[in-house]
Design a protein around this ligand. Structure first.
Ligand SMILES: *[C@@H]1O[C@H](CO)[C@@H](O)[C@H](O)[C@H]1NC(C)=O
Ligand SMILES: *[C@@H]1O[C@H](CO)[C@@H](O)[C@H](O)[C@H]1NC(C)=O
Ligand SMILES: *[C@@H]1O[C@H](CO)[C@@H](O)[C@H](O)[C@H]1NC(C)=O
Ligand SMILES: *[C@@H]1O[C@H](CO)[C@@H](O)[C@H](O)[C@H]1NC(C)=O
Ligand SMILES: *[C@@H]1O[C@H](CO)[C@@H](O)[C@H](O)[C@H]1NC(C)=O
Ligand SMILES: *[C@@H]1O[C@H](CO)[C@@H](O)[C@H](O)[C@H]1NC(C)=O
Ligand SMILES: CC(=O)N[C@H]1CO[C@H](CO)[C@@H](O)[C@@H]1O
Ligand SMILES: [Zn+2]
Length: 511
């Protein structure tokens, strides 16, 4: 719309009553109102994206679908405002979701390997294998293959044997197994669990899963499935956070971090041979933040050697875990600024501000992340409270890795229409949409997170917003120039195909 209308709005918002009166005589109320809406849409994330004629048609169709869907439901309980555990069957029924599943999503930039694969696959596949065992100690259960040092041998049993004993009720048995690695099946699901309670359950899922991923055949099958689930969800590239825990094989041979990196590299290569459109995976070394200075030093040295051995494959460093009750980034800052390694500080991809506010130093982790020159911020949920930082983040083009369902499941926000990413979208602060740990909450891939981004976080958005998110996921990745060229070529083809699919699925909604 005409530039002078924008100027009018700005004047109107800043000027005196008499000015406003004059203006309202020259422009009708409705015109000004429409101009405000239009200017806001153009200002926010995706507002300046160019759409070709096909895309404009797909945009109209998507907006019509969205409007239908937001209108049809019970207005007191719109799906976009529901908790994912309750909303999932409705989302799966949605035509918007159908379209989002078809959409090529570029890159996934925030994902933890041991929580990435759907829990149902882990149960239906890994626990049915002969080597799978369950250890029970202190009222807790751990999947494993070989005896764990904290679990007496007489408390470790083959899962198939246990399952046989329940032959009358295998479904219940399998759901019980799944409850060790699914937040949806934990007691905290019901009621008003505190952050600490939710995180205890969440960490228990990682603890339960760990033993399986240390066994080479399981490690390989699991990561193959990971690539498969994300590729099926139209993801072409992944930056995967992992701890590089040791792996052992059937003969008892142990594989240290470099060999684990090599194993994964081979799995990805094999997958790419079968799926040439898939660009690949890069790894971010992610260690639990409950460390001593000495342990952090070792972790930084490990990163140094891995990134030297695997340049372009091991590309970053991160600290993970519940922020408010653990050490702050500031408490580590001198080591992080000047690590005791020859090649200088790593590229950082810090989790920071995944927090509602607990009045600890860790509340300010976002400040330290930016000072430590983080390339992206994991979650950045608390960024909204730091005006200097949102300007810095915009200026330095530090993307916020937004994980809507994760934030909901871990209790930061109940209704995703209230997620601070709405503010980042309105302010055109760069974000990417990603899924964090989908396997632990009965999601798969990243489409469910895109659903909430589109329906709850940016309810007035259309195809331009989605296009911006998808292309930004490549822009803010660690891909090299050559790799960028290749994935861009793939994405352009897939995107055009997607747009045509949307248009042809509904040619009636054209204007
Ligand atoms: C999904 O859609 C079908 C057909 O419209 C309907 O019968 C079913 O109840 C819906 N399920 C949910 C969970 O909305
Ligand atoms: C697990 O998955 C692999 C490959 O996806 C398949 O070959 C194998 O048969 C499955 N195993 C079980 C027990 O379902
Ligand atoms: C398991 O073995 C330990 C000794 O190693 C013994 O003290 C304990 O009672 C045994 N537990 C069961 C359930 O048999
Ligand atoms: C830190 O966290 C890891 C992962 O949860 C755990 O294995 C380890 O025991 C913890 N260490 C301390 C000192 O709490
Ligand atoms: C890009 O793709 C071509 C053709 O598949 C391949 O030969 C080349 O190595 C790729 N470049 C990079 C940097 O991956
Ligand atoms: C086309 O869009 C309308 C809403 O504009 C929707 O009701 C209808 O189900 C869509 N048809 C198809 C085939 O998707
Ligand atoms: C040093 C410290 O505070 N460590 C805590 C980090 O968080 C875990 C739970 O996630 C606690 O068990 C540690 O005590
Ligand atoms: Zn995370």
């Amino acid at each position: 719309m005409a530039f002078h209308l924008v100027v009018t709005i700005l004047l109107l918002l800043g000027v005196t009553e008499s000015h406003a009166l004059t203006l309202s005589r020259t422009k009708t109320y409705d015109q000004l109102r429409a101009a405000i809406k239009e200017s806001e849409a153009a200002y926010g994330l995706g507002g300046k994206v160019h759409l070709n004629p096909d895309e404009r048609q797909a945009d109209r169709i998507l907006r019509a679908m969205k409007k239908d869907e937001l209108k049809v439901v019970d207005r007191a309980r719109p799906v976009a405002g529901m908790h994912f555990f309750d909303a999932k069957p409705f989302i799966e029924n949605s035509t918007v979701f159908e379209a989002l599943k078809l959409m090529p999503k570029g890159a996934i930039l925030h994902l933890h390997n041991s929580a990435a694969v759907s829990s149902s696959w882990v149960i239906k596949n890994l626990t049915y294998r002969a080597e799978a065992k369950l250890c029970n100690v202190d009222d807790r259960y751990y999947f494993t293959v070989r005896p764990l040092n904290f679990c007496p041998e007489n408390q470790t049993r083959p899962i198939n044997q246990l399952r046989k004993e329940r032959k009358d009720d295998i479904d219940t048995f399998d759901i019980w197994l799944e409850s060790f690695i699914s937040m949806k099946l934990k007691p905290t699901r019901i009621g008003y669990a505190s952050t600490d309670e939710l995180w205890l359950d969440f960490e228990s899922c990682f603890d339960a899963m760990k033993g399986f991923l240390q066994y080479k055949p399981f490690f390989e099958a699991y990561h193959w499935q990971l690539l498969h689930e994300f590729y099926n969800d139209r993801v072409y590239y992944i930056e995967l956070r992992m701890s590089f825990a040791k792996v052992f094989d059937a003969a008892g041979r142990e594989y240290g971090p470099p060999e684990v990196a090599y194993l994964l590299h081979r799995i990805v290569d094999d997958f790419r041979r079968q799926h040439p459109a898939f660009q690949g995976v890069k790894l971010i070394l992610a260690k639990h933040r409950n460390m001593t200075d000495g342990e952090l030093e070792k972790a930084l040295q490990l990163y140094d050697s891995l990134s030297t051995t695997f340049p372009g494959f091991v590309v970053g460093f991160d600290l993970v875990g519940q922020e408010d009750i653990n050490r702050s980034l500031k408490s580590f800052s001198s080591l992080l600024v000047q690590p005791p390694v020859s090649s200088g500080p790593p590229k950082y991809f810090f989790h920071a501000g995944e927090i509602a506010g607990y009045f600890t130093e860790a509340d300010e982790n976002v400040i330290d992340a930016v000072l430590l020159d983080t390339k992206r911020i994991g979650h950045g949920y608390a960024l909204m409270k730091h005006p200097i930082l949102w300007h810095a983040v915009q200026h330095k083009q530090i993307a916020i890795e937004v994980c809507p369902i994760s934030n909901q499941v871990l209790g930061l926000v109940r209704d995703l229409r209230n997620h601070p990413a709405s503010f980042y979208v309105a302010q055109n602060i760069p974000i990417v949409i990603t899924s964090d740990d989908p396997g632990f909450w009965d999601a798969v891939g990243v489409s469910f997170d895109y659903y909430y981004a589109f329906m709850a976080i940016a309810p007035h958005s259309g195809l331009g917003f989605l296009k911006q998110l998808v292309w930004d996921s490549i822009r803010y990745s660690s891909l090299s120039d050559g790799e960028r060229q290749n994935i861009t070529a793939t994405m352009e083809k897939q995107w055009a195909l997607f747009v045509r699919q949307v248009v042809s699925a509904n040619s009636s909604a054209t204007e």
